[in-house]
Design a protein around this ligand. Structure first.
Ligand code: PNS
Length: 159
């Protein structure tokens, strides 16, 4: 049984994340979407809200579970019996940071493999930060995020 963990801040989840979740769920027996708080980031949504949004988005994906984690990702992966970490890659600009994270995680847990899925072309430019900025300024984000996120962003982003 192959279990993979897809970690991220998901602040908020975007169509890019949804695409990676749906594709990764077909590659592994179980996919754990792991919501982490990144202390260096200014987060808009609470962990509870991010979990809620992901639960709504992933209804129908029977082998996907949504959890939060604190501390080291490799420890969370170990406790989840996962052998794979999944990350999405958009452009070259993602690469340096992702490479550093993957190598750090491999140093900490040599048997845990990081697998990268290339983003779909239509999501190349979509990021949580861009979505938050556009929403805060009153722009249309309908094509960038799933409906449960759009609803919450409409309330939260303009505060
Ligand atoms: O969506 P993000 O913000 O790129 O996700 C980053 C995340 C949460 C996956 C990363 O910050 C993380 O793994 N944090 C847990 C702490 C940790 O294990 N750090 C060492 C490996 S980089």
């Amino acid at each position: 049984m192959r279990i993979a963990v897809y970690p991220g801040s998901f602040d908020p989840p975007t169509n890019g994340h949804v695409d990676i979740i749906s594709r990764a769920s077909k590659l592994f027996d179980t996919l754990v979407v792991a919501v982490g708080g990144n202390s260096s980031k200014n987060l808009l949504f609470s962990v509870e809200n991010r979990l809620e949004m992901l639960e709504e988005i992933c209804i129908g994906l029977d082998n996907v579970s949504i959890q939060s984690f604190t501390g080291l990702l490799v420890e969370f992966a170990h406790n989840s019996n996962a052998s794979v970490l999944v990350r999405g890659l958009r452009a070259m600009s993602d690469f340096e940071n992702e490479f550093q994270m993957a190598l750090t995680n491999r140093k900490l847990a040599p048997n845990l493999e990081t697998v990268f899925l290339m983003t779909s072309a239509e999501n190349m430019f979509v990021s949580s930060s861009i979505v938050k900025e556009v929403a805060a300024l009153g722009g249309d984000i309908r094509d960038l995020v799933p409906a449960p996120v759009e609803r919450r962003l409409a309330v939260v982003a303009k505060r």
